[in-house]
Design a protein around this ligand. Structure first.
Ligand code: E4P
Length: 219
């Protein structure tokens, strides 16, 4: 299972990359605008910096809703670095643009996937990745992970090379659910990565071992 981080925050990316298991990064216009406001940097410079910090795919999202606009934005974004992956929204135009962008050997992450049919259309269009948003489905009382499971089954039925990025992850249980069904990738916010390390018994265990060791170390 690959781990991406779902943020554009350069400090978070640096800290997560130092953990040694980061396989990629996903950004979106909300996350990128947050980092631009925080740092005062140009959006493309933020993306460039991320691409230098992490070797794997770095998703950068187009904001145009027209095919030509999406393709033009993709061309510009892909000059930032070789590992830029163009994030395209799941629309009819997005599907058309995906075909054109992937024909130019650029990776596409088709985003805002909320149904199996949308994932199927993205795979047929040649998307490198699809991003089903499980947290946003949970928010409206649909079980988000069930969608991922169905998409995995369908992709396996037809041996589609498209990889599934479990997105809109809100807590560590989402990561466990994604791993149990064999999802290819989870894109995880920094605060969730931090929570994944935690277990109260680990803390208690360390405390006890150190206390016991101190007893003889002071003798
Ligand atoms: C990632 O590709 C998505 O942009 C992100 O996971 C959305 O998460 P949210 O639903 O918490 O905004």
């Amino acid at each position: 299972m690959k781990f991406f981080i779902d943020t554009a925050n350069l400090d978070e990316i640096k800290e997560a990359s130092e953990l040694g298991f980061l396989d990629g990064v996903t950004t979106n216009p909300t996350l990128l605008s947050r980092e631009v406001e925080r740092t005062g940097m140009d959006p493309n410079d933020v993306l460039k910096k991320i691409c230098e910090m992490v070797e794997g795919p770095i998703s950068a999202e187009v904001v145009s809703l027209e095919v030509d606009g999406m393709v033009k934005e993709a061309e510009k974004l892909s000059t930032i670095a070789k590992n830029i992956c163009i994030k395209v929204p799941m629309t009819k135009n997005g599907v058309k643009a995906t075909r054109t962008i992937t024909e130019k050997e650029t990776m596409v992450n088709m985003t805002l996937i909320f149904s199996v049919n949308q994932a199927l259309l993205a795979a047929k269009a040649g998307a490198t990745f699809v991003s089903p948003f499980i947290g946003r489905l949970d928010d409206i009382a649909h079980i988000g992970i069930d969608l991922v499971s169905d998409i995995m089954d369908v992709f396996e039925n037809y041996a589609f090379p498209t990889e599934v990025i479990v997105a809109s992850i809100r807590h560590p249980l989402h990561v466990v659910e994604a791993a149990l069904i064999g999802a290819h990738i989870a894109t995880i916010p920094f605060k969730v990565i931090e929570k994944m390390f935690k277990h109260p018994l680990t803390d208690i265990g360390i405390e006890r071992f150190l206390a016991d060791w101190k007893k003889i170390a002071n003798k």
